[in-house]
Design a protein around this ligand. Structure first.
Ligand SMILES: Cc1cc2nc3c(=O)[nH]c(=O)nc-3n(C[C@H](O)[C@H](O)[C@H](O)COP(=O)(O)OP(=O)(O)OC[C@H]3O[C@@H](n4cnc5c(N)ncnc54)[C@H](O)[C@@H]3O)c2cc1C
Length: 270
């Protein structure tokens, strides 16, 4: 049996000290990805540094046109937040679409974006809304944060402390989920912001990405027809036992159209 040290510090200063003391230590948030990785010996750190005792990392604040979500906020807390639902319902819907109740009651937003699974849902909202990630060292714009498959701009020892979402005028997330895992086979997040429309896609490629052609077309005319002639190339998209690259490319267009439809329908009801 492999052994490792377990730390549960009460402050970020103590977290940093524990990480410095054991360079290959891993942060533990909800454990939904890390614990299975430990069990399968895919990760063999000498120490785990549990963030769950740090109250400052939890909670949601809404104000000044920004939703700030602490890194240790569970998916279920965001899903149930009436304050967030009032300003970005697409974000609470997205949180409610993640995994199952057990996963939503353990998994955290900080763990999800630090892990940057190519099929994870939050990266689509973070990139689609043009959020800013706050760490113990700096602020990182979403456009610079997600750098590749399971890769981010985080440096060794850097801790995500919060995610700040600017409130859009409207947004929607459409997800085609894998029936087995409930991860996004493909997920498309569309947001109307003061600087134009943003479209972010998860699940289709190795890392969440934006679709500039759709953004330009929808900024000029926010209508489903604006997407009619835009095809997503399959080159470089994921192919696996669940779906090949062509199918995923097709889903990007279908889900983008559904997201626009749902935003237009919501606007019509107001
Ligand atoms: C059965 C199952 C189904 C799932 N379905 C979905 C789904 O449909 N959609 C979806 O998006 N996700 C899904 N997930 C993933 C889940 O929602 C979690 O978000 C994810 O596992 C990571 O979050 P966590 O809090 O559990 O992090 P952990 O597993 O504790 O940590 C993950 C990684 O992030 C690092 N880390 C954690 N917190 C921080 C921090 N604050 N700063 C820096 N690094 C940090 C850790 O060191 C580790 O490397 C599923 C997971 C399971 C097990």
């Amino acid at each position: 049996m492999r052994t490792f040290d377990y730390h549960r510090p009460a402050s970020l200063t103590e977290v940093s000290a524990a990480l410095k003391a054991t360079p290959d230590a891993r942060l533990l948030a909800g454990g939904m990805t890390l614990i299975p990785a430990l069990k399968l010996r895919l990760a063999t750190p000498q120490a785990l540094v549990d963030l769950s005792a740090i109250a400052d990392l939890r909670g949601i604040r809404v104000g000044g046109g920004v939703v700030t979500v602490g890194a240790m906020t569970r998916h279920a807390e965001l899903e149930r937040s009436a304050e967030v639902r009032a300003v970005i319902p697409a974000l609470t819907d997205l949180a409610g679409s993640i995994g199952d109740p057990q996963v939503r009651n353990r998994g955290t937003i900080g763990g999800s974006i630090a892990n940057n699974d190519p099929s994870a849902d939050y990266p689509a909202a973070v990139l689609g809304l043009g959020a800013t990630i706050t760490t113990n060292q700096r602020s990182i714009p979403a456009d610079d944060f997600f750098t590749g498959m399971f890769d981010t701009a985080l440096k060794p020892g850097e801790i995500v402390t919060a995610v700040n979402f600017p409130v859009p005028s409207a947004a929607a997330y459409e997800k085609f989920r894998s029936p087995a895992s409930r991860y996004a086979l493909v997920g498309v997040f569309v947001a109307r912001t003061p600087k134009g429309v943003r479209v972010a896609v998860t699940g289709a490629g190795p890392c969440v990405f934006r679709v500039p052609a759709m953004e330009t077309a929808l900024t000029e005319k926010f209508a489903v027809e604006a997407l009619a002639s835009i095809r997503t190339p399959a080159d470089g998209l994921n192919s696996d036992m669940h779906a090949d690259a062509q199918y995923r490319a097709h889903l990007v267009g279908v889900l983008a159209r559904r997201a626009v439809e749902s935003m237009l329908a919501a606007a019509a009801k107001r």
